[in-house]
Design a protein around this ligand. Sequence first.
Ligand SMILES: [Zn+2]
Length: 396
Amino acid sequence: MAEDVHGEAPGGQNGAMEDLIPVFDVHCDSLQRDLDLAHDLGQRTPGHLDLVRGREGGLAAVVLVCWCDPLHIQAGEIGARERTARLLTQGHQLLARHPDQVQWVGNAQHLQAARSSGRIGALFGIEGGHSIEGSLDNLAWFFEHGVRVMTLVWNNHLDWIRSCRDGAGPGIPPGLSPFGREVVQTMNRLGMLVDLSHAGERSFYEAVEVSSAPVLVSHSGCYALHDHPRNLRDEQMKALADNRGVLGIVFCTPFLDADARATESRLRETEEYQSLRGSNPTGTFLMQAEWLQAQVKPLPLERVLDHICHAVEVAGIDHVGIGSDYDGIECTPQGLIDASCYQALVPGLESRGFDSASIKKVLFSNTERVLAEATGNRTAAATARLKSVDQEGGGQ
Ligand SMILES: [Zn+2]
């Protein structure tokens, strides 16, 4: 029998939630909608993930990501650190608006407390090291203000780490620069989880070698099933297992399947797709995502299960998790259309021969363990007090 989603105290009564397996989704982009489109994620909203649908789907912990599109920085609209700080401030405001539904999580004890009080545990993440603008002081500032995960690099190469994408110019190191190593070591000391989704292959290996804590690859799939640069090769998965880390399997259909990738690329070239315009880039993204989802035949859920099963076969049952990338992807797979649907994975995994203990590991416990190890005793995160972003204006 699955345990209650929020780990209720003995005798507690959470009704239908008792049947849900808890879910730790280690990557979602929904904060942008809260900030840019005034979608209050404490209520039912458009898009993929909010707290209401999360509860319905058994969401027990979620990494809310602050991602800053490098295009806007290049356009001189806003600095990366500042945009990231605004998203983070918005995240704290979301938590302050809905203390009954959600609470901030900075270490594994916080997550336990959130679960026993029946709330979703929210971690804050940064997607892309460009947000720290080359400064360890900025990294520390984000830590003090609640960030506990950083994806070292996004699709834009940095002068201290190479991304998995082509087109690295001169001045981009083949993997991590000495400063890049310092970033990883500083994150280990603070108790921030190192996330290597988007990292180039050599960057991945060098970061795993430097890191004294287990790492995440928060939202990727298996290269052996689809040779997309965002996916992990089998050798990388074995190295991740040696590091005690976790690969969060993504729901991003072009990463999971070659046909889905080709179909969606073709549709993105159409005039209809390209003429869609919202009031800002987040609005445009949502309109385009909804349009695209309506055009395609959804990718079967079985394809997500293929990636989970392959990762479990190669890395082992203790090293696979879930990183949907909800609200950061356009199309979602069949049966996983939004955050109310995570439990669809349960019968799917049962049909692939997983017992309930193994299913709980993949959906929740493996990532909880990485959080516990990375924020444990010898890190600042074990005891750090959260500074209020409101008092300092969150860098605005
Ligand atoms: Zn991403």
